[in-house]
Design a protein around this ligand. Structure first.
Ligand code: IMP
Ligand code: MG
Length: 173
């Protein structure tokens, strides 16, 4: 269940999204971006941030999973791969949350092999305490403590993704 008041409310989220978008717009001046959203979790963050990034852009998606309910399986499955040609592109990976970092490490390595001009990572949330992979996140929305969160695209058992805010999730007993 979702308890208490939002951990991050819709307004705080939108302010931070715009800040990140303007930093990205500045740093990609004169470049065209291939924005790659990692589904399903990043769908809401992705659609919010791309509309504030001022740079020529094409978009694509990868569907990946590692979580079974509130436990990471540690094993990454790609259900639907990117279709765009990555070679010589400035790839910006957009993710909902970095936890162990294993998902992003896997996807980053997979795309690096296709010889992009650059790859950067933008994650809405960063749960640093649980990191297992050595991976650098270029743009972070918020660092959060080691709690399981839902909303704003993030799920528990594929539910709560539609909430416009982030809440801490507790399994009811
Ligand atoms: P990682 O491979 O351990 O970094 O896991 C990343 C993926 O696990 C994210 O893309 C999320 O989909 C999912 N995940 C990690 N932590 C949470 C959480 O607190 N709530 C919901 N999903 C999470
Ligand atoms: Mg995800």
């Amino acid at each position: 269940m979702v308890t208490g008041k939002p951990f991050l409310n819709a307004e705080q989220i939108q302010i931070r999204v715009r800040e990140l978008a303007s930093k990205i717009s500045e740093e990609y001046q004169g470049k065209e971006i291939l924005a790659v959203g990692i589904l399903k979790g990043a769908f809401m963050f992705f659609s919010d941030i791309v509309r504030h990034i001022q740079a020529p852009m094409s978009i694509d998606f990868i569907t990946a999973s590692s979580y079974l309910k509130a436990q990471t399986s540690g094993e990454i499955t790609i259900h639907c791969d990117i279709r765009a040609d990555v070679e010589d592109k400035h790839v910006l990976l957009i993710e909902d949350i970095v936890d162990t970092g294993l998902t992003l490490q896997y996807i980053r390595n997979m795309l690096s092999a296709k010889k992009p001009a650059s790859i950067k990572i933008c994650a809405f949330l960063d749960k640093k305490a649980r990191r297992r992979a050595d991976i650098e996140i270029d743009y972070v929305g918020f660092e959060i403590p080691d709690k399981f969160v839902v909303g704003y695209g993030l799920d528990y058992d594929n539910k709560f993704r539609n909430l416009p805010y982030i809440s801490i999730f507790k399994e009811s007993t």
